[in-house]
Design a protein around this ligand. Structure first.
Ligand code: PRP
Length: 209
């Protein structure tokens, strides 16, 4: 990393609560098997993450780079939480793995690039989820090639595989089981992004012919 930070930076994740009952409200309620991270737990943990990031960057102005589309909800809440501690600016990139497969293919393409020069800036990548780590690994190389002063990563969710790969995630919201989750920005076939919590999708939804 440009600032010497590396994978040995231990990211301490919150513990996802036990299986939660699905609120009855919302058109999607019948498609969700269980809640993995509730709205209340999301709010609480995002405040904690923002306080931690602020403490590690005293007096700095941070450029948050959100990875669309999944990170848009987390980005909005995280930017406001962090903004109570220090000055932030926001940028977005859209990167897509090919296809609509449930597992990531690892092949990425830029759908939307940064709108500005980030040379010399302290960058925080804001991701909704790290699974194989391939997207993040590619993105970190890309941001380094744009000469950011430092690049750190905050990811709301981390799947087990991501822990085993050599890609630094400096701040983690929750370690979650290896199940297909939707909500709080995460989709299945572009649906469920508006669900206000993180939940496991019923397998029947994606095995429908
Ligand atoms: C998701 C997510 C991450 C990536 C993580 O994006 O937002 O960017 O996959 O997977 P990885 O660690 O295995 O690479 P996706 O390609 O589904 O696009 P989206 O955010 O637009 O839904």
């Amino acid at each position: 990393m440009a600032d010497g930070l590396s994978a040995e930076v231990a990211a301490e994740a919150g513990v996802a609560p036990d299986d939660g009952a699905v609120p009855a409200t919302g058109w999607y309620a019948g498609d969700i098997e269980r809640v993995v991270v509730s709205e209340a737990r999301l709010r609480e943990r995002i405040e904690e993450l923002a306080a931690r990031v602020a403490a590690d960057h005293p007096g700095q102005k941070l450029l948050l780079v959100g990875v669309l589309k999944g990170a848009f909800v987390f980005m909005a809440d995280f930017a406001r939480a962090l903004g109570r501690h220090l000055q932030v600016e926001v940028e977005f990139m859209a990167i897509s793995s090919y296809g609509q497969a449930v597992t990531s293919s690892g092949v990425v393409r830029i759908l939307k690039d940064l709108d500005r020069d980030i040379a010399g800036q302290s960058v925080i990548v804001v991701e909704d989820i790290v699974d194989s780590g391939l997207t993040l690994s590619w993105l970190l190389r890309y941001l380094e090639s744009r000469n950011a002063a430092s690049v750190r990563v905050v990811a709301l969710l981390r799947k087990p595989k991501a822990v085993t790969v050599d890609v630094p995630v400096h701040y983690v919201g929750f370690d979650i089981p290896n199940e297909f989750v939707v909500g709080y920005g995460l989709d299945y076939a572009e649906r469920y992004r508006e669900v206000p919590y993180v939940g496991v999708l019923k397998p029947a939804v994606y095995t429908r012919p």
